[in-house]
Design a binder for this molecule. Structure first.
Ligand SMILES: [Zn+2]
Length: 440
C-alpha cells in the first residue's frame, strides 16, 4: 500500500514538474518569437484599406498594426490585389488605376502611423525599419493584370515601390496562364509578352512570384528568369492536391533556381476538409440566414457585423474544422525534407483567405514559432523560415537589377477608384467550401 502511495505521489509530482516544464518551454518559444525578425510575404489587407484603419486595433479582421506588434510580426508584404477582369483596353486601364489607388492607400495609412511603421523598398530598408522597432510595410502586386500589355507599366509600379509581382491570379491574363482558369483549361504557359515581363523584372530587380500561375507558366518562368523566384503564398501538392499547390517537381526546380516557397494558411490548400457535424449544423444555419437575407452584399452594416462575428465564433469554437498550426507546419516540414531548410518561408494570406483555428489572426503567430520549436527546428532554422530565406532572394534580385527607370510617365489617376470593385468577393469564389472562407 505504502509502495502504491509512493508511486502515485511520484507520478503526480512528475506530472506537475512535466507540466511546469512544458509551460516553461512554451514561454521560451514565445520569447524566441519576439527576439527574431519575422516577415510575412503575403497579406491582402489593402483590399479593405478604403474603410479599415490599419493603425487601430480591431476585434474583427485578421491584421492591423497594433495586433502585428502584439503578435510579434516585424514585416508585412501588403498585396496590391486586382481581380482578373476582361482582357480589353477598358479593363486593363481600370485595373491599372485601381492598383495605383491601392498603393496610394497603403502609403497614406503607413504615413499616418510613423511611430508604428514605415514603408520599405529594399532589404536594407527592412533591416533599418525593423531595427528601429517599427513594422516594415512592403508592397507586392498580386496579379499582373494592371500591367496590361504595356511593359512600361511594370517600371511604373516598380518605381512606386512594388517589389514582387504575382504574374496572374485565378484566371489567365496577358502575361501567362493561371492554375485555376476553368474557362480555358489549356495550359499555354507564358505568353511572348510574359517572357518580356520576366526579363524586364530581372532587369529592374523585381521579384517574380509564381503563386497562382499554371504548371507550364511556372516552368516557362524558370526557363527565362536568370534570377531566383518566390512563391509568395503556396502550399504543397503532395499533402493536399490543389491546382495552386506546388508539386515535388516544382519544389526541386525552385531549389535549383535558388528561390523560396512561402507556405500559406488557406484551409483549402492546406488540408482535405474535416467535417465536424456540429460545426456544419451551426454554419449551415448562419448561411441559410444569409441566403434568406439576400446574400452578403444585401446586408446592412449591422447584419454584416452579425454575420462576421457569428462565423468567427463558430470557427473559433471548432478550430480543427478550420485547420491547425500543426497542419501548416507539416507543409514546412515537407519542403525542408525534400529540398532543405533554405527554401521555405511563410506567406500567411491573412485577409485573403488564410487563417487557422489556432492561428486565427496575426496576434496568434507566436503559435507557429512554438510549433516549429516543438518539432526540433533551431533558432537559425526558424529565422530562415520567418523571412531569412526570402531576404536572401530579395537581396540577390535587388542587387543584380539595374533599376531601369522608364521615361514613360503616367498622370496620377483621378477619382476612378471604385470601392465596390475592390470589395468584390470575386477573389475567393474558386472554392465553394465554407472551410476555405476566412475573409470576412
Ligand atoms: Zn492569392
Amino acid at each position: 500500500m505504502k509502495k502504491i502511495l509512493i508511486v502515485i505521489t511520484l507520478s503526480l509530482l512528475c506530472l506537475l514538474v512535466c507540466s511546469q516544464a512544458k509551460d516553461k518551454d512554451t514561454d521560451k518559444s514565445s520569447d524566441l518569437h519576439f527576439k527574431i525578425r519575422t516577415l510575412d510575404t503575403h497579406c491582402d489587407l489593402p483590399m479593405k484599406m478604403s474603410w479599415y484603419d490599419m493603425g487601430e486595433e480591431h476585434d474583427f479582421g485578421y491584421v492591423d498594426l497594433p495586433r502585428m506588434k502584439k503578435g510579434g510580426l516585424d514585416g508585412e508584404f501588403m498585396a496590391v490585389f486586382i481581380p482578373q477582369g476582361p482582357l480589353d483596353t477598358n479593363g486593363r486601364e481600370r485595373a491599372f488605376k485601381n492598383a495605383d489607388e491601392i498603393i496610394d492607400l497603403i502609403e497614406k495609412q503607413a504615413r499616418a502611423y510613423p511611430q508604428l511603421c514605415r514603408t520599405g523598398k529594399s532589404v536594407e530598408d527592412y533591416l533599418a525599419i525593423t531595427g528601429s522597432g517599427r513594422i516594415c510595410i512592403l508592397t507586392g502586386m498580386e496579379n499582373g493584370y494592371p500591367i496590361g500589355k504595356d511593359i512600361n507599366k511594370l517600371d511604373y509600379f516598380y518605381n512606386r515601390g512594388a517589389r514582387y509581382l504575382t504574374l496572374c491570379h485565378f484566371e489567365d491574363n496577358d502575361i501567362c496562364d493561371s492554375s485555376t482558369d476553368e474557362k480555358n483549361p489549356d495550359d499555354r504557359g507564358l505568353s511572348p509578352f510574359g517572357i518580356e515581363v520576366v526579363k524586364r523584372m530581372n532587369g529592374l530587380g523585381m521579384i517574380i512570384d509564381v503563386s497562382h500561375i499554371s504548371r507550364k507558366s511556372f516552368f516557362d518562368v524558370l526557363k527565362y528568369s536568370g534570377k531566383p523566384v518566390i512563391a509568395s503564398h503556396s502550399c504543397i501538392n503532395a499533402i493536399k492536391e490543389h491546382p495552386q499547390n506546388l508539386t515535388d517537381e516544382q519544389l526541386l526546380a525552385i531549389k535549383k533556381n535558388g528561390g523560396v516557397v512561402n507556405i500559406d494558411m488557406v484551409p483549402d490548400q492546406l488540408r482535405y476538409p474535416v467535417e465536424i457535424p456540429e460545426m456544419k449544423a451551426e454554419m449551415d444555419s448562419v448561411l441559410s440566414w444569409l441566403e434568406s437575407a439576400g446574400g452578403y452584399e444585401k446586408l446592412n452594416a449591422e447584419q454584416k457585423d452579425y454575420f462576421t462575428r457569428e462565423t468567427r465564433r463558430i470557427k473559433l469554437k471548432y478550430p480543427e474544422g478550420v485547420g491547425l498550426v500543426s497542419e501548416f507546419a507539416d507543409h514546412i516540414d515537407y519542403v525542408k525534407n525534400l529540398i532543405g531548410i533554405d527554401y521555405v518561408g511563410i506567406g500567411t494570406d491573412f485577409e485573403g483567405g488564410g487563417c487557422l483555428g489556432d492561428c486565427y489572426t496575426v496576434l496568434d503567430i507566436p503559435n507557429i514559432t512554438i510549433e516549429l520549436i516543438r518539432r526540433g527546428y533551431t533558432k537559425s532554422d526558424i529565422e530562415k523560415i520567418w523571412g531569412g530565406n526570402f531576404l536572401r532572394v530579395f537581396k540577390e534580385v535587388q542587387d543584380t537589377g539595374n533599376k531601369i527607370i522608364s521615361s514613360f510617365h503616367y498622370l496620377q489617376p483621378g477619382s476612378f477608384f471604385t470601392p465596390l470593385f475592390l470589395h468584390s468577393q470575386e477573389k475567393r469564389t474558386f472554392s465553394g467550401s465554407f472551410y476555405s472562407v476566412c475573409h470576412r
